[in-house]
Design a protein. Structure first.
Length: 530
């Protein structure tokens, strides 16, 4: 018996659902780009949705982008959000905010008026054009986020007597030492096979400038690394610092923090919304109005012959209500989706069970801005500690030169590092304070009003992002992207998935936005083919 392609695909669809048919058609090259890639020309035409109803689960960035774009394209959307606010992990705490963990413990934020803590995302890379574009459309005012500064500090208990070193000094002294070593290799003929004689001369000239090398191509220090005495009036001349020992620099493990801003998504210029990162989801929420239903946690997700039925608890009455639509976009974290009764396809359920989430944490303090005011002259950026349970101290970029600010002492993945092994809240707060003391001796006593965020303990999140292993960078991406990920980027019948976990930009709002756009284009294509 000879089957036509149409009948072949139809049989696969009857046996394995739309997801199986979709994957088969994709592997056979039968789908156009509109089916598999996000559109490059959002917004879509206003008639694309034909009034089709869509239920969107979750009012994080993926859910908000989905509702915003689909509403403009003529769909009728309802967003169901378990919390009383939009944004998901995009959450900013201010004075009066309350942080409640799933074990019942709670903390109240008592920061001064105008101060805030971005306990989720806190920066927008300049290459994330979709999120920057939405900020422009929605009127979210942006300012520069100082992600890196040569004035910040690097500290290791085992070198330099445990004293903090300026990042600019460590970086430029390292570069000077390496340039000197390479110049010696050139002079001794070790690179003759790689370079011509003309190349040798140009390379030596380059190294002299690159590493601030002096006579005989030796590195004896440079004002690039900072001064023991700044130049001034009269007889006050500039006196550079003595260069740091190359051996101690190698032992310090400063390489990773020195290269932090070289990662593509960490390079200047970075941005942040004026007043807090949650200005973005609240701007979406204002544009969407009653499309978003808050305090409506999902209790079941079921397929129907015509589409999808979702059961949720009504926030006002507490009653379980039912809603049906031809399509659903599920943006819930996989850590939450696995807890909700559903009849998703076995392939999707299996993929969900294979995924674990990291638990990112942050500890924030309010304080007098001693890092700016008392001689350190640190205005934004990140200091690093390469020994101990706290690896970073992040200085605020907002309201520079004001009296008080919010300092983050500790930000990493609690499930992978030594911070997560600390036995109690009190021990974690003490470790955070101690890290500031190492960098700024005598100043940690000024830290007040601590807030400890651990995303693995936050209801309706239970994690920060899909875990890909402890090393950052690199991480073991292949296991996820070649495995469970493949099941989330295709629909399960009329249920589509979106969120940063459906992108190659995990942990970023841009990934959530792109995944939402991609899901929308697949639904638009299907609606317009029916």
């Amino acid at each position: 018996m000879i089957l036509s392609r149409r009948e072949f695909i139809a049989r696969i669809s009857r046996g394995g659902g739309y997801g199986a048919a979709f994957m088969t058609m994709h592997s056979l090259g039968l789908l156009g780009m509109v089916e598999t890639e996000q559109q490059k020309d959002f917004p879509l035409r206003s008639s694309a949705g034909r009034g089709t109803r869509v239920i969107i689960l979750g009012a994080g960035i993926a859910g908000l982008v989905s509702a915003y774009e689909m509403g403009r394209a003529g769909f009728k959307c309802t967003v169901l959000e378990a919390r009383e606010r939009p944004g998901g992990r995009n959450w900013t705490l201010r004075g009066g905010s309350k942080l409640v963990f799933n074990d019942g413990t709670s903390q109240e934020c008592t920061f001064d008026e105008g101060n805030y803590f971005n306990c989720g995302p806190a920066r927008l890379p300049s290459i994330h054009k979709n999120m920057l574009g939405y900020c422009g459309e929605l009127g979210v005012e942006l300012e520069v986020e100082v992600n890196a500064s040569r004035r910040t500090l690097l500290q290791n208990d085992n070198v330099f007597d445990g004293k903090p070193i300026r990042q600019g000094q460590a970086l430029n002294d390292t570069r000077g030492h390496i340039a000197e070593l390479l110049a010696k290799c050139v002079q001794q003929g070790a690179l003759d096979q790689a370079f011509t004689q003309d190349d040798h001369a140009m390379l030596l000239e380059f190294l002299k400038s690159y590493g601030a090398l002096g006579k005989n191509y030796q590195y004896t220090g440079s004002s690039r690394s900072g001064d023991r005495q700044l130049p001034g009036a009269g007889d006050q001349i500039e006196i550079p610092r003595e260069p740091l020992s190359f051996s101690d620099l190698l032992k310090s493990q400063f390489c990773r923090p020195m290269l932090f801003e070289e990662m593509l998504d960490m390079q200047p210029t970075m941005f942040q919304p004026v007043g807090g990162m949650d200005r973005i989801p609240y701007a979406f929420a204002r544009a969407l109005g009653k499309v978003v239903r808050y305090n409506s946690p999902i209790s079941e997700i079921r397929k129907t012959p015509e589409g999808v039925r979702v059961l949720y608890r009504d926030g006002e009455s507490g009653a379980i209500r039912s809603m049906e639509a031809p399509y659903c976009i599920c943006t819930l974290p996989l850590s939450i989706l696995r807890t909700i009764p559903n009849d998703l396809a076995p392939r999707v359920k299996s993929a969900i069970e294979q995924v674990t989430y990291d638990s990112a944490y942050k500890v924030a303090w309010e304080s007098r801005r001693f890092w700016e005011q008392d001689g350190d002259e640190i205005y934004g950026g990140i200091s690093a500690l390469t020994t101990g349970p706290i690896s970073m101290v992040w200085y605020p970029s907002a309201k520079l030169m004001s009296k008080r600010g919010v300092l983050v002492s500790g930000y990493s993945m609690e499930n992978w590092d030594d911070f997560g092994k600390l036995p109690s809240y009190e021990a974690k707060i003490a470790a955070s304070r101690a890290a500031v003391e190492k960098l700024h001796p005598g100043k940690s006593t000024e830290l007040e009003k601590p807030i400890y965020m651990s995303w693995g303990k936050v209801p309706y999140n239970l994690g920060s992002w899909v875990s890909r292993g402890p090393n950052y960078p690199p991480r073991n991406d292949a296991d996820y992207f070649n495995g469970p990920y493949r099941e989330f980027i295709v629909p399960d019948d009329r249920i589509y998935f979106a969120g940063d976990h459906c992108s190659h930009i995990i942990g970023w709002q841009e990934g959530a936005a792109l995944a939402a756009q991609r899901a929308i284009t697949m639904i638009v294509s299907r609606v317009n083919q029916s």
